[in-house]
Design a binder for this molecule. Structure first.
Ligand code: PEP
Length: 254
């Protein structure tokens, strides 16, 4: 597939996989994906598996991401993980503002923006999630919600930092539900976000930023979604937990 931006497909394993299970999965992925150069491929295991997965993918084309990070660098923050700790395991990407964290941990746009600054300060790349609920979509609030979340979560980033940030459009109603946005719904939201980036930063930045789609992506819908001009990859939950299904999503997207 000939795209303006290189696709980036990331697997968000959420709170799944012991270390042994994580190693099984990455060994399978290495076999499935050894020849792939066209797509940036990222796995985001739970923190407890980062160390072993990091070693297992050292000689591969798969990169490592984390599912969250503290906005602080060090100190009395029980249960938190700092950038410097992630860097020990050669983590390159950090998912921020996933809807599950917005919902269960009550993460706000202001907090996500602080985390985004901490991620960039450590020369890591944030994957920042935005997306509307079903009630918001049905109430025709999708663009308003996306604009509020994007303006809040990306606040204060420089143009250079924004160009190295990945956005993920994840309609909450499509996450883990088996309901996927139609290609038109995905393209419309991505085009809206890119237009907004043009206003918030500039056209050059807007053209560089990669915007992933997330929400029940699977091998059977990946190709059509990735063929949309403003869809530059995927953030995959459930289907990233098996080597075959994640591998097929990537192969079908090329
Ligand atoms: C996600 O959690 O980011 C996600 C998109 O999950 P799923 O693919 O399972 O819908």
């Amino acid at each position: 597939m000939n795209k303006e931006r290189k696709l980036i497909i990331a697997g968000n394993w959420k709170m799944n996989k012991t270390v042994a299970e994580a190693l099984d999965l990455v060994h399978g992925l290495k076999l499935e994906l050894s020849g792939v150069k066209e797509v940036d491929m990222v796995v985001c295991p739970p923190f407890t598996a980062l160390s072993e997965v990091s070693k297992a993918i050292l000689d591969s084309n798969i990169r490592l991401g984390a599912q969250n990070m503290s906005e602080h660098n060090v100190g009395a923050y029980t249960g938190e993980i700092a950038a410097v700790m992630l860097k020990e395991f050669s983590v390159r990407y950090v998912i921020l503002g996933h809807s599950e964290r917005r919902q269960y941990q009550k993460e706000s746009d202001a907090l996500i923006s602080k985390k985004a600054h901490a991620v960039h300060a450590a020369s890591l790349k944030p994957i920042i999630c935005v997306g509307e609920t079903l009630a918001e979509r049905e109430d025709n609030q999708t663009e308003k919600v996306l604009e509020t979340q994007a303006r809040g979560s990306l606040a204060g980033l420089s143009k250079e930092q924004m160009a190295e940030t990945i956005l993920a459009y994840e309609p909450v109603w499509a996450i883990g539900t088996g309901k996927t946005a139609t290609t038109a719904q995905a393209q419309d939201a991505h085009a809206f976000l890119r237009g907004l980036l043009g206003k918030m930063f500039d056209e050059t930045v807007a053209r560089r930023v990669r915007i992933q789609y997330g929400g029940s992506v699977k091998a059977s819908n990946a190709r059509e979604l990735m063929s949309q001009p403003d869809v530059d990859g995927a953030l995959v939950g459930g289907a990233s937990l098996e080597a075959r299904s994640f591998g097929d999503i990537i192969k079908n997207s090329i």
